[in-house]
Design a protein around this ligand. Sequence first.
Ligand code: AMP
Length: 484
Amino acid sequence: MTRTTTNPFDDDHLHEECAIFGIYGTNEANINTALGLHALQHRGQEAAGIVSFDGRHFHSHRGLGHVGENFDAGSAEMQALHGHVAIGHNRYSTSGKTNALMEIQPFSSELAFGGFALAHNGNLTNAARLRASLVETGSLFQSSSDTEIIVHLVARSHQDTVIDRLIDAIKQIEGAFSLVCIAKDMLIGVRDPHGVRPLVLGKQGNAFVLASETCALDIVGASFVRDLDPGEMVIIDKNGINSRKPFQPQSHRFCIFEYIYFARPDSILEGRGVYHARKSIGAELAKEAPADADLVVPVPDSGVPAALGFAEASKIPFDLGIIRNHYIGRTFIQPTQKGRTDSVKMKHNANPATVAGKRVVLVDDSIVRGTTSRKIVSMIRAAGAAEVHMRIASPPTTNPCFYGVDTPDKDQLIAAQKTIAEITTDIGADSLGFISIDGLYRAMGETARNGDNPQFCDACFTGDYPIKLASGLSSKRVSHGNSR
Ligand code: AMP
């Protein structure tokens, strides 16, 4: 979900990645949704919300902060979320109007057919144009979110049924989106035609569950049924589940960065275990960019599975040379460079007991601005390491994401601005190696990247954007275009 001003790529705000969850068919829809959101906390820590429906009324509670801070099982707010159906959302946001309660999803409104609630993970690339035309013709927006555009499109549709109104709305939006909605005693899930963002279906007794990742099914004791297909809409009600395919089929382009960094390692997405994918990437990295070293040290937590894979493949011992303080959010939460630098220090500390005198291979999942690597390399040196060889379990990030992952503008992406030799000097490493794009595809079990029709969305590494961007965006992106 992304906030927009008049043009989503002209504003100065950072945008959001998110988690969504929905359940139909249990009187504990509220507790299950809170648990599901808790398992998906890594996808968004800024705010959380739940909307439930009891057959007659909608109930809503939304708040800033983590799920646990807002949804205590015994709290009055939780008790008030009555009903057999609920949806929830975790919001990831890094700056801008992050404190506005109006921005917190799910959104719920009274439309002509009754109540409608919606939560969104992704990013609409035609949001600016749609919003401008809706405002022009009288829509009053409560938030700066692109998700609200979908609510207005549903409200204004002239189709007869709620489902046809929703189909009418989603056919007008472009970009990456996974949605969960409640309307007319139905839980509805939608995945965009390219299937960029994940959405899985599970079953808990007689109840159906929709979630961004399978780790949210595990926590509520639901069994995994399947991933929603790209372009699929599922409609769940008291009679069971119905599937529709309202879009023209498109090439399947699931986000490869979900495997590299974003998803939780214990999730299984599109048939691939995230943990296993990360270990395979580390093993492939060891083949492509070997290092003569004594110790493999992960940058915790995101670098751990890749470092294990690197250590196994290279037969270099693995050890924990960096200790992470867990009581601080992800580094990107700080909007300014000064703030980010401080939070890296607050988050990691080198352990001299393991690294002193050693030639260390440091493994992290990605380099974005270079802030983390710079800090960690110097920490490891200060702790007495003899050499520091940085290895990165993704190709150089050279392009912003417009489909729901938070990345900075191109001018802040270190790999878009500097050569690998320059980055090596900049971060102070003895050597630096990235996995190649084909190596990444091999680690994902493919023989190579299919250049004509890539198996994943890898635009952050290749600039090959599968979904049309707003006109003029490519040139803007290079200078100051906004991203995510
Ligand atoms: P940087 O310090 O700017 O080079 O960012 C790289 C670090 O941020 C790595 O340790 C990653 O684990 C983490 N990272 C990469 N992409 C993201 C993202 N979209 N949101 C938050 N953290 C990220």
